[in-house]
Design a binder for this molecule. Structure first.
Ligand code: UDX
Length: 494
């Protein structure tokens, strides 16, 4: 739809498209949502970005998002209280606490905003389409109750969304969850499409619980019910990558828009809309301060020689696990860049707890930082492998950069993602459930030495498909165009 047609619609209905984006308050979802927001802004649609106080504070402290988005007259930030007292971003063990507090404290404020407040029909610019995180069932329900069209944004992987979220009721009905007995290698045959791939140990981490009344299970069961009731579903993948699950998912959610790799599409669009010869595209949306000096350290290394180690924004490890992984990496004899996010080692550690035989080689060939510019790190030619917790953003970023992975999943979708990396996409090793030093060393050597050619070939292949998908005629570009059109159409029908 061109601008004139859009203006006609506005003239007829009086309602300009105005999207409300509402991510859950964690690094990964907020980062993705900001990219989606900018893509929508670039199409001329008005966007309000709703953050909770807990995440907005560190975001504006460590980034230039306020001035960056200032250049869009059609964009504004808004915040709501979440009742959280933590001043810094929290780790994954507090995920449910954050979600519960946000719902208890934020829900009434949110409802007031959309029913009678500054986003409501009574306001100057009512919200015409809502894009909440798919996990925010209360926001989706509020949109449905107030007849505001709603398109969910799911930032976990589609392979997890399908196998462990949308099919959780099926898994429970089939008696597959909770598990009977302790054989984690048993195949799960009740989920269409992944019968030959997914074992019990590859389902989302909460499926290992024996207690179906756990809050996290209740949250996911709610999501499984609400997401198919929405007008659409946005996911960060591309058609080829999730060809195993997308046809099944579309039976439940017909208007599914795979627009990934989102960070690549976002970058490409920023480049396309500028007249500058070398536009800046490495913006940070991080709630920790990025240490960019590690890029200079990488410059000193030969192509594909360095292993990058990072467990994302929520995962944690014990000191014992740290030491095992550290031994594995050091014994592989590869240079390494390791992100040790503040708070990610449970209880912290000091060097007196670490054997000298780890500290010496680390001085020689290691670089440790609090937080790295990960997209730039993965795109650096010196990186040959990524030892990752298999968070969905990290996985997609690694796929787009053609970097093979060594997976040590921590929670939620990461167990599913690591299985797909190892068995479906064949771009790495799934260490799942163990980080024994010998297993780590062998996995690093497999990816960086013995099976390097095989993994690199597969990783290059996926990276090329990812690149095609965001090209002018690619599937993700077409899906983004449909999404923008549908936002305008839904706004007009209000
Ligand atoms: C959690 C989930 O487990 C994940 O699978 C889900 O999709 C979102 O929430 P998280 O720990 O945030 O994940 O990992 P991930 O999804 O990989 O996101 C981490 C983000 O932080 C990535 O975009 C990555 O580029 C960025 N990052 C990480 C940095 O910018 N610097 C770092 O040093 C480490």
């Amino acid at each position: 739809m061109d601008q004139n047609h859009q203006n006609d619609i506005v003239a007829k209905t009086g309602l300009e498209p105005h999207v409300l984006i509402f991510p859950i308050p964690f690094q990964g979802p907020v980062n993705c949502a900001l990219k989606l927001a900018e893509l929508i802004c670039l199409s001329g649609i008005h966007v309000t970005f709703l953050n909770t106080d807990h995440i907005h504070g560190p975001l504006i402290q460590h980034t230039d998002v306020l001035s960056r988005f200032n250049r869009y007259p059609n964009f504004k930030f808004q915040t709501i209280p979440d009742g959280l007292e933590h001043e810094k971003p929290v780790s994954g063990d507090l995920f449910m606490e954050v979600m519960a507090a946000t719902e208890t404290v934020g829900k009434p404020v949110f409802q007031e905003m959309i029913v009678s407040g500054n986003l409501s029909r009574r306001s100057e610019r009512p919200v015409t389409v809502m894009i909440p995180d798919a996990c925010f069932s209360f926001a989706i329900e509020a949109a449905i109750e107030t007849s505001i069209p709603v398109i969910c944004f799911e930032t976990v992987s589609p392979c997890c969304l399908w196998t462990s979220y949308l099919n959780l009721p099926t898994l429970i009905q089939a008696g597959d969850v909770p598990f009977k007995g302790d054989d984690l290698d048993q195949l799960i045959t009740s989920v269409p499409g992944t019968e030959h791939v997914i074992r019990r140990r590859d389902l989302a981490s909460f499926c290992r619980s024996n207690d179906l009344s756990e809050p996290v299970i209740e949250l996911i069961l709610k999501e499984a019910k609400t997401v198919p009731r929405a007008n659409g579903l946005i996911i960060n993948t591309f058609e080829e990558l999730d060809a195993l699950v997308l046809p099944h998912m579309r039976k439940l959610c017909p208007n599914t828009y795979p627009i990934g790799p989102l960070h690549s599409l976002h970058k490409a669009r920023l480049v396309a809309q500028t007249t500058q010869k070398a536009p800046k595209t490495n913006f940070s949306n991080s709630v920790w301060k990025e240490d960019r000096t590690c890029l200079q350290w990488l410059d000193k290394h030969s192509p594909k020689s360095v292993i990058f180690v990072s467990i994302g924004s929520l995962a944690t490890m014990t000191v014992e696990q740290l030491v095992e992984i550290w031994y594995g990496v050091v014994n592989s004899e590869k240079p390494f860049l390791w992100v040790r996010r503040p708070g990610s080692i449970i209880g912290g550690y000091d060097e007196s707890q670490i054997p000298g035989e780890l500290l010496e080689p680390t001085k020689e060939r290691g670089c440790i930082v609090d937080w790295a510019p990960q997209e730039d790190v993965l795109a650096h030619k010196a990186i040959g492998g990524f030892l990752t917790h298999s968070g969905w953003n990290s996985t997609v970023e690694s796929i787009a950069a053609g970097v093979p992975m060594i997976c040590w999943p921590y929670f939620v979708d990461q167990q599913v993602n690591s299985r797909f990396v190892g068995e479906v996409w064949k771009i790495g090793v799934d260490m799942k459930d163990t980080c024994d030093r010998l297993i780590v060393e062998n996995a690093v050597r497999d990816v960086m030495e013995t099976k390097k050619n095989m993994f690199t070939e597969c990783a290059d292949n996926w990276a090329n498909l990812a690149k095609e998908s965001i090209g002018e005629t690619g599937s993700s570009s077409a899906n983004l165009a449909s999404l923008i059109n549908d936002i305008k159409r839904l706004s007009a029908s209000k």
